[in-house]
Design a protein around this ligand. Structure first.
Ligand code: F3S
Length: 278
């Protein structure tokens, strides 16, 4: 059975960078805390906890050690809270997210009104909203044109959650243009997600079965599994190599492997090795 790894799979640049920073922090004396689980990957979170990097809900839960900001970023208020407590800060905000935060603030200053295209309640979106509000902007979060508030007037700035699609952004822009508003758009989409989805779809089309690795609580991994299942009925979403059952691959000439943006390389290698043994 041939095992083929998707061209783009696994931890994106920002997640890998945050993981490396957390592992580095774990080597320091007093340990470290992450504001929420570092990534949606239970194995990685458990491994980090063993190394002394625990997940907490907020800065108020930290007595000592460093505080790690996740790749999603935080609101300016949370950052201030960490600083006021005098705790060392390790900022693992993905540079693409940091760029989106700056864009949100700049648009708020220039336009006064900011539309954030993204998922309401997502930590990255909360950070973008807070950055725009701190800069004096009125903010609306929209998943699509239907969420645009009535009575919106020019000038309007648009910033985008990094994991959104170009189609979602274009639809919101088109709806504003139809209302006679020419928005100032900062396209802050990161292509890591799209690349993973496109290579998973292409691979799922070409193999007899496909294994998708990543936390069951990871929305980007679940989305990858859905995309694969649409092209390949023998799609299996797993978190660890031990879950693999040889019966899944009866009469398979080829099996594909892909992984969500929160799956580190060693977990992918372990799955590939297990499949190669079958
Ligand atoms: Fe950063 Fe893009 Fe990953 S924004 S965290 S590299 S999906």
């Amino acid at each position: 059975m041939k095992v083929i790894l998707a061209e783009h799979a696994g931890a994106c640049y920002g997640v890998q960078r945050a993981l490396d920073m957390a592992v580095e922090a774990s080597a320091e004396g007093e340990g470290a805390s992450t504001l929420g689980p570092l990534i949606h990957n239970p194995q990685v979170v458990a491994d980090l906890a063993e190394r002394g990097v625990r997940a907490v809900s907020g800065p108020e839960d930290v007595e000592r050690g460093s505080v790690i900001i996740r790749s999603h970023g935080v609101t300016p208020a949370v950052r201030r809270m960490v600083e006021e407590r005098g705790l060392p800060l390790i900022d693992a905000t993905c540079p693409h997210v940091a760029r989106a935060q700056k864009a949100a603030a700049a648009l708020a200053r220039r336009c006064g009104r900011v539309v954030v295209v993204g998922e309401e309640g997502h930590p990255e979106v909360e950070g973008l909203v807070a950055h725009a509000r701190e800069a004096g902007g009125e903010v609306a979060v929209v998943a699509g044109p239907a969420d645009l508030p009535d009575g919106l007037e020019a000038p309007v700035g648009i910033v985008v959650q990094t994991t959104q699609t170009r189609e979602a952004l274009d639809a919101v822009v088109a709806a504003l243009v139809a209302r006679g508003i020419e928005p100032e758009v900062k396209n802050t989409i990161c292509f890591a997600t799209r690349q993973r989805q496109e290579s998973a779809a292409a691979l799922a089309d070409a193999v007899d079965a496909i294994v998708v690795i990543g936390g069951r609580n990871s929305s980007n991994t679940t989305r990858l599994a859905d995309i694969c299942a649409a092209a390949c009925p023998r799609t299996h979403h797993i978190e660890a190599p031990e879950e693999i059952e040889p019966a899944w691959f009866v009469d398979c000439g080829s099996v594909g492997v892909t992984a969500g943006a929160s799956t580190p390389e060693d977990q992918i290698a372990a799955v590939v090795a297990r499949l190669a043994m079958l």
